[in-house]
Ligand binder design. Sequence first.
Ligand code: ADP
Length: 447
Amino acid sequence: MFKKILIANRGEIALRVIRTCKEMGIKTVAVYSTADKDSLHVRFADEAVCIGAAPSRDSYLNIPRIIAAAEITNADAIHPGYGFLSENAEFSKICEEYKIKFIGASPEMINKMGDKATAKATMEEAGVPTVPGSKGLLKSLEDGKKIAAEMGYPVIVKATAGGGGKGMRIIKTEADFKKGWDDARQESGAAFGNDALYLEKYIEEPRHIEIQIIGDSDGRACHLSERDCSIQRRHQKLVEETPSPFITDELRDAMGKAAIKGAEAIGYEGAGTIEFLVDKHRNFYFMEMNTRIQVEHPITEEVTDFDLIKEQIKVAAGEKISGKNYYPKLFAMECRINAEDPSNGFRPSPGKIINLHLPGGKGVRIDSHVYAGYVIPPNYDSMIAKLIISGQTREEVIVRMKRALEEFVIDGIKTTIPFHIALLEDENFKAGNFTTKFLEDFDFSKI
Ligand code: ADP
């Protein structure tokens, strides 16, 4: 087993990894930017190394500085968390070269799954159903138009390098094609330095349902059931739950089997997520694979008794999985608490937290790095806490979530808490009746 793990990340996920390492008796190294010097991950790690200034490219995205920090502290592995360098093939490769174990996917795997058009082609070849669309990248605007006409509108053009909902546009008619194409290329070029696009049939009112998988170095994979992430704003998740109120036992088995087939076809090692869109007839289509731990992983932990970070570390150290699949024994839901103002278009609201009270009680888990007096830097992601609730039934989870949100006090900044309370009062949400379009029609004036 590893003796010392460096966590190449910040915020709640850095703290989350440190917690598991402590329980496993593994020493930890935090890295931090000057903006994060007062952050809890710095305080809770055994050692901490400042790696640069606030902008991510000078710190959390700066590979030479992170490798130097691992070398001087003698860390034998690096956990990248999510975001930043977690799906960066070059970083994974450099870790390999320096004989530091990267607790994540191999460079080859990241390359294969990180390019979304290649990932789709690979999964299709493995026999996993995929969203109908272009075979690979679009060669030109004309090529895109031709494929869209054959397929029928609406379509969606997507950045092959995409992530976080960026670089995609829904196109409803041929007359709108050029604008959608130009906008998606512009956005993906700016965000990823790669403006190559592919095209998919736009699935009307789908659910976003993903399967958590774990694979080991023998090439064996198992699944840990699904997470329903359909509550999204601008293609970004805000609430996740498991089991999905839409999924039947047969569908879970079919999707689980498809996810395992995909993972085993590529020899996937570690924790990963296979994302699917599910249409109203319960047909499911592979959309993309994430080769890292995800923000919403705790809901799976709450219903299966797994510590997914521990599983990642064990598999990276060469341990084998049992090969058994895992099914939800409870119900769980996560609300992302962001420093954003939901009554003002979710505008970011960084600043100082004057007063903080965290909810507690049965079935309440909070993963967060903030405390009273903490100043949220404007440089990074706006998520400041994850409120994760578990219970015996979905109804119990909803009631418990609402009372926990009402107990939550965060003074000094605006947060998404009022939005979550309004959502939990919505009759359609309570009935489990929603798709990825749900928030487009949501009445935000009632917040
Ligand atoms: P990213 O990698 O940026 O997160 P995804 O490919 O995972 O992008 O898509 C994000 C969201 O966009 C999905 O959860 C879904 O809501 C929507 N979406 C993507 N592709 C389609 C499609 N073909 N039809 C309908 N909605 C889609």
